[in-house]
Design a protein around this ligand. Structure first.
Ligand code: 5BU
Length: 274
């Protein structure tokens, strides 16, 4: 039977990777499947938004390379907030190069992503060697990887057999690949008659908005209900829907985070009791 009927807590036992377990434990403990994507360019705004939404989220998603005043002390503050509010960190780096290069990009440079990000992600386009390159750095640190099986943008090329091959790559690397960035559950995708023992991957889904259908640059939004209940995803990732245009409106940001958290959790409860 499908993992979609199990609670997040029940699903912990389907996973061995520490980052996957930590995310499911956090979701169960805090009763939230909301992740906030904090796409702002000033460290001060970045940290203020995270402190405001912290109580309501299971995960904070970063694009650390857009901070114009980046300094490694921002990472220490991010980690302090992750302890204070009990959330998982996901750097949305979208690695896409050969194994040797992604291992260096993941471990080194100014950002040293593997040092602090519990979860990161990669495009499957280079083939399985991207997983071996990243896991050589991340697995010993207890990190987890999401493969980009689909995207939320209009006209995305990650469809059909590309998506199926991404899922096969994940199944062959269960120790490090904990799930997908996708628009629907990948459970059973690419499987004909045979099945696999454990097809429980986590599905984290961007392109979520309650008030807007998209933006002027190809983004497409669906509601938490469409994503969690109708499409079988596990985590809703919300950016501008929560922090809007003005990162200084902390009370409004808290209200929006509560609103999305409630919508996501309601859809999940309907799913597990269906
Ligand atoms: P938004 O403000 O909720 O539209 O932000 C969405 C975030 O998710 C943003 O950081 C994107 O880089 C990220 N994203 C996405 O929107 N769609 C995708 O398919 C992938 C990532 Br993969």
């Amino acid at each position: 039977s499908s993992f979609l009927r199990q609670t997040y807590g029940q699903r912990i036992q389907n996973h061995t990777n520490p980052a996957a377990k930590l995310l499911l434990e956090t979701m169960e403990r805090k009763k939230t499947n909301l992740a906030v994507s904090v796409d702002v360019v000033k460290s001060k705004d970045f940290l203020a938004i995270i402190d405001a939404v912290g109580p309501f989220v299971c995960l904070v998603k970063t694009h650390i390379d857009i901070l114009e005043d980046f300094d490694y002390s921002t990472i220490q503050r991010l980690q302090d907030l992750s302890v204070k509010h009990d959330f998982v960190i996901f750097e949305d780096r979208k690695f896409a190069d050969i194994g040797n290069t992604v291992a260096l990009q993941y471990s080194s440079g100014v950002h040293k992503i593997a040092n602090w990000s519990h979860i990161t992600n990669a495009h499957p386009v280079p083939g399985p060697s991207i997983i071996s390159g990243l896991s050589s750095v991340g697995l010993p640190l207890g990190r987890g990887l999401l493969l980009l099986a689909e995207m939320s943008t209009r006209g995305a090329l990650a469809t059909g057999s590309y998506t199926e091959d991404a899922v096969r790559m994940a199944r062959a690397n269960r120790d490090f690949v904990i799930g997908f960035i996708a628009q629907r559950t990948m459970e059973g995708v690419g499987l004909q008659s045979h099945s696999v023992d454990n097809d429980d991957f986590l599905t984290l889904t961007p392109g979520v908005g309650l008030d807007s259908k998209g933006d002027a640059m190809g983004q497409q939004y669906r509601t938490p209900r469409q994503v969690i209940l109708e499409s079988g995803c596990d985590v809703i990732i919300v950016g501008r829907g929560i922090y809007g245009k003005d990162p200084s409106l902390v009370d409004e940001i808290k209200l929006q985070a509560q609103r999305y958290r409630e919508a996501g959790w309601q859809a999940y409860q309907e799913r597990i009791s269906a």
